[in-house]
Design a binder for this molecule. Sequence first.
Ligand SMILES: [Zn+2]
Length: 83
Amino acid sequence: MTPERTCVGCRSTEPKAGLVRLVWDEASAAVVLDHRQALPGRGCYLHPACGPVALKRRAIGRALRRTVDGDQVAVLLAELRPA
Ligand SMILES: [Zn+2]
């Protein structure tokens, strides 16, 4: 069975392949995209389209238990959307 994860934006569950993983990177003290869903550390999952909702709810910082820079995360999430 495919593992399911909860999107931190809309709180619905989804097979992890349909979500993007975000991880707190200690070295850069910033949130990074985990494209292969394999980086160590505390991560959270998100639908690509749920970025704005998650930002608005400050859900990413809560999930990662870090004070995240909303602007930095917004730039990161903007990469997920097709131009
Ligand atoms: Zn979602």
